[in-house]
Design a protein around this ligand. Structure first.
Ligand SMILES: Nc1ncnc2c1ncn2[C@@H]1O[C@H](COP(=O)(O)OS(=O)(=O)O)[C@@H](OP(=O)(O)O)[C@H]1O
Length: 313
């Protein structure tokens, strides 16, 4: 879809607005998706100015679905010779977010960015929904995209913990569930986000690789090999795969001083340690009531299963 409107001038004046979480800024709906104002400005810059190179690798995700994990894996796979840099660098600094970087750099030429020095490959992340990209940017480029998704209940549970921890007030989980079910969550609706990339991965499997947090969790080694093949750097030594799996595990990453730090990350004004909680599958069961689970499952059935995607319950 060619995005029809671009927010310019008074960026939000004509956009639908919704309260998301009491202590946070409101969300604005732009071309069917919800954004914080600070995100929207970055998204606009990317949509207007980002020109991917054919060699670029873009990690796309809905928030809280495994972005940080996949950042460390992609960086380590592409840049195998300097895996040790994960020890002193946070994955979010090694693989910068497109929308946050462009926003902060205020249109400075992004081509000067060095992300993976040993190969020259640039690796960026983005939470921008595929539907928003125009034919002139990522869609027509030869760049490769790896999309990660996660069970919606675990993703929302992770988001809720993240938001609750960063604010002064508690955010009732029932409110978070209600907003999520209405699609009102930064970069949401979650379901449209996932389906946009999934459709492209089915139509253009050499361009978009679709992976899930669950498959990564259940068989990290196989996924790492699949990523290597997709990125054009397949593995021929099993120990190399094993080493990457280990060095990118949440247990290993949590031990690095940089990831224990409560300082703000370079691009995102959030503490380094806030991207590592516990990881794993099914933690939503410890927080969500049966009613909340039922409600999300009903929407998952309607949105995913009815469109042929059996996932998320
Ligand atoms: N290496 C590794 N392995 C497994 N899981 C990991 C890893 N790193 C981060 N995490 C967990 O991923 C959740 C955060 O999601 P994101 O990284 O997508 O967050 S963000 O969008 O970048 O803000 C969040 O999940 P929850 O623990 O369920 O909250 C993190 O703990």
């Amino acid at each position: 879809m060619e995005s029809s409107t671009t927010p310019t001038g008074c960026i939000t004046s004509s956009l639908p607005e919704e309260k998301w979480w009491e202590s946070d800024e409101p969300l604005y709906q732009f071309n069917g998706f919800w954004f914080r104002l600070s995100n929207l400005q970055g998204v606009q810059q990317v949509l207007e100015h980002f020109k991917p190179l054919a060699t670029d690798v873009i990690l796309a995700s809905f928030p809280k679905t495994g972005t940080t994990w996949l950042k460390s894996l992609l960086y380590s796979i592409i840049n195998r010779s300097s895996k040790e840099s994960l020890i002193s660098n946070h994955p979010h600094d090694l693989v910068p977010s497109l929308e946050l970087q462009l926003y902060k750099k205020a249109q400075v030429d992004i081509s000067t960015t060095e992300t993976v020095p040993s190969t020259g490959t640039r690796v960026f992340s983005t939470h921008i929904p595929y539907q928003l990209f125009t034919d002139h940017t990522i869609r027509s480029s030869e760049c490769r995209i790896v999309y990660i998704t996660r069970n919606p209940k675990d993703a929302l549970n992770s988001f809720w913990h993240f938001v609750s921890k960063s604010g002064t007030e508690t955010w009732p989980l029932e409110v978070a569930v209600d907003k999520f079910c209405h699609g009102i969550v930064p970069f949401g609706p979650y379901y449209d986000h996932v389906l946009g990339y999934r459709k492209e991965s089915l139509e253009r499997p050499r361009k978009v690789l679709f992976v899930t947090y669950e498959e990564l969790q259940n068989d990290t080694k196989t996924c790492v090999k699949k990523l290597g093949e997709f990125l054009g750097c397949p593995f021929d030594k099993e120990p190399e795969v094993e080493e990457i799996v280990k060095s990118c595990s949440i247990e290993t990453l949590k031990r690095h001083e940089v990831n224990k730090s409560s300082d703000f990350t370079r691009w995102i004004e959030l503490p380094y340690n806030s991207f590592f909680r516990q990881g794993g599958l099914g933690d939503h069961k410890n927080y969500m009531s049966a009613q909340m689970i039922e409600r999300i499952d009903a929407i998952t059935l309607e949105k995913f299963h009815e469109s042929g995607f059996i996932y998320g319950i």
